[in-house]
Design a protein around this ligand. Sequence first.
Ligand code: NCD
Length: 320
Amino acid sequence: MTDQRRSDGSLRHLLTLADLNRDELEMLLERAQHHVRRRGDAAPRSDVLAGITVANLFTEPSTRTRVSFELAARRLGADVVNLEMQLSSRVKGESMLDTVFTLESLHVDVFVVRDAEAGVPALVADNVGPAVSVLSAGEAHLSHPTQGLLDVLTILQRKGSCEQLAVAIVGDIRHSRVARSAWQALRTLGVGELRLVAPPALMPAAEEFAGCRRYDSIDDGIRGVDVVMMLRIQRERFADADIPAGDAYFERYGLTPARLALAQRDAIVMHPQPMNRGVEIDSVVADGPQSVIRDQVTNGVAVRMAVLETLATRPAPRRG
Ligand code: NCD
């Protein structure tokens, strides 16, 4: 496995939350909270990353994640280039690594990588020079570390701490990198209880998510929980699965106001987006008073600022 740390123990890459310890997670979350502003207030700005160049290398579609990485980098004073690879060099046959080496020659210091294939962020990390950092912005169904951090930050802002909380993740958990990263962070922070709610075909393998209780019934799964995290069915990640089609999915697994009433009265509702209203979530819930979905988006920029600062702040390299 690619080492995420430098020899002095500091974080150099962020490819997964799985091996971050509690101190590292709390340090990143604290730094992120420092960058959070209320909607309507001016965005935070600094120049700590002046002279640093960040390249967003995305081979899968993304709106929120790519835009928030770009804003985070710019708000810290970095230069940013965006490459949507399916439109450019990849289809021309140039390999991902050739593109990376080209960008390295152009003094890119940080690569933000999203790819549908497992192992691509680590492949980039293993091949760049020692002063370069790599950040996963979503790796296959496996890992989405900045999403995991922003999800936990959103929970902590509303609930204070994780230890007493019951959290239910609902929907296509099997294909969700969001669920895996959230679980890794919540586990390390000592979450009280994590429940998985999904049709059997969308449940992860038995050896994953150790210790989580599994439910086929959403009513049973969300009863009494403090946090309901809804997920999209990620049809792009599987060919076929035995899941209720059309309206039947919403009837069995959709989060409606009546179902949400089974959770704690002050339960919060989360969704990483993109949302399919009327499929996994009722619009009344998505836009309702218990929804923190917009906070998740706001927190995404703060978390990415914290991660970029942590990985990429270093003594100015000597050049030329
Ligand atoms: C998620 C992703 O890409 O994994 N979206 C995101 O990053 N906000 C979840 C999804 O696509 O359903």
